[in-house]
Design a protein around this ligand. Structure first.
Ligand SMILES: Nc1ncnc2c1ncn2[C@@H]1O[C@H](COP(=O)(O)OP(=O)(O)O)[C@@H](O)[C@H]1O
Ligand SMILES: [Mg+2]
Length: 270
């Protein structure tokens, strides 16, 4: 066994953005955005509507290419890679608008999240076992595990579209988590949820964190993000204006100003 008591271990970020820029026909949506996300953390990204949050997710997932700057995942530059390639590296996103497959059960909706990569891995684990049925059993077991984690097992065989909105959101999340992503990007997962459903989502996200998942949680719901996240970054008009632990972000005058206007911020300062 190695003695590592005094060994300095440099923390390599899972995701690292350096001076990322993006314009849309003259509108600068992101200006020199730099930040890091570490393995196992839930990093919150908040900012008013139009701040550039979704654009940032589109850049990280390869749906858009930055005009300048670097995006590294596990130390490797991913700018210029096709979205499928980036997804195969383990970066997975959910969309701002819910994506349920109508006509399919909850079980089937989640099963569809098993990517080719994950299936190959499972298949690899199965070598030596009987073909056919055992493979299917294995997939089924994996779906059942995830349904349980998400509290969806009692609805497994109902059509997903018949579920209340909050549960549908959980189905979408379960579909993302089942493929074992290395990094999960959630775009406004609380949009349209009732306070009760938002609470459920918060406890679910905490459970995912305890499982060691790395998450970039994007929302304009400040309370949700501050409650769940280890660290928060704040975007306003395409610029990062603050970064820190939730308690510090809550009190940051620049953040209050971005959300509630200068008047509010100066009243708080007075
Ligand atoms: N594909 C696009 N074409 C043109 N403008 C866009 C496009 N995507 C986003 N924008 C603009 O970029 C800005 C940031 O948008 P977005 O990233 O969606 O913000 P957020 O998700 O924080 O609400 C907005 O002004 C938006 O209108
Ligand atoms: Mg958005």
């Amino acid at each position: 066994m190695r003695h590592c008591k005094h060994t300095f271990v440099e923390k390599v970020p899972l995701l690292s953005l350096r001076k990322v820029q993006k314009s849309f026909r003259g509108l600068q949506a992101l200006k020199e955005v730099s930040f890091e996300l570490f393995s196992g953390e839930i990093l919150g990204l908040i900012g008013p509507n139009g701040a550039g949050k979704t654009t940032l997710i589109n850049l990280i997932t390869g749906f858009l290419e930055p005009d300048a700057g670097s995006i590294r995942f596990a130390g490797e530059e991913i700018v210029g890679l096709a979205p499928e390639k980036i997804a195969r590296k383990g970066i997975l996103r959910t969309f701002q608008h819910i994506q349920i497959f109508d006509g399919l059960s909850v079980f089937e909706n989640v099963l569809l999240g098993l990517t080719r990569e994950t299936k190959r891995k499972i298949w690899h684990d199965l070598l030596g076992l009987k073909r056919g049925r055992s493979e299917e059993d294995f997939f089924r077991k994996r779906v059942e595990e995830v349904l349980k984690l998400f509290g969806l097992e009692k609805w497994a065989f109902l059509p997903a579209e018949s579920l209340p909105y909050g549960e549908q959101r959980r189905v979408v999340l379960a579909r993302a988590v089942i493929s074992n992503p290395r990094l999960l990007l959630l775009d406004e997962p609380a949009a349209g949820l009732s306070p009760r459903e938002t609470k459920d989502l918060i406890s679910l996200l905490k459970r995912l964190r305890n499982k060691g998942l790395s998450v970039l949680l994007v929302d304009h719901d400040v309370e949700l993000v501050l409650e769940v996240c280890d660290r928060v970054i704040v975007l306003a008009f395409g610029e990062l204006i603050a970064e820190g632990p939730p308690a510090q972000i809550r009190e940051d005058p620049k953040v209050l100003e971005a959300y509630f206007g200068e008047e509010h911020a100066s009243r708080r300062r007075a």
